[in-house]
Design a protein around this ligand. Structure first.
Ligand SMILES: [Zn+2]
Length: 90
């Protein structure tokens, strides 16, 4: 996954303020990278519809967790600092 692609996704997220992708914490608890929500969908279950999401992070982790378990990515880390440095050069 190229850095140019990553920067363009983050840049569009910041510029529109109506994000087409959500940035969440990577569902892997050992992974400090932000993850992007690429898809959301709902599956029926016996307890009612359950929303799932497909996330991919900068480290190459792909998950399909329950949407309710996603955590917004907020904490500044070296990863996000690096992304912001990329954006400033665009
Ligand atoms: Zn990850």
């Amino acid at each position: 996954m190229g850095k140019r692609w990553l920067a363009s996704v983050v840049a569009s997220y910041r510029l529109t303020e109506e994000p087409t992708v959500d940035i969440v914490a990577c569902p892997d608890p050992t992974c400090p990278a932000p993850a992007w929500v690429y898809e959301r969908w709902t599956w029926p279950s016996t307890g009612g519809p359950v929303e799932h999401a497909k996330t991919g992070c900068d480290a190459g982790h792909w998950f399909t967790p329950l949407a309710a378990t996603l955590t917004p990515f907020r904490a500044p880390t070296p990863v996000t600092v690096r992304e912001e440095a990329l954006i400033r050069r665009i």
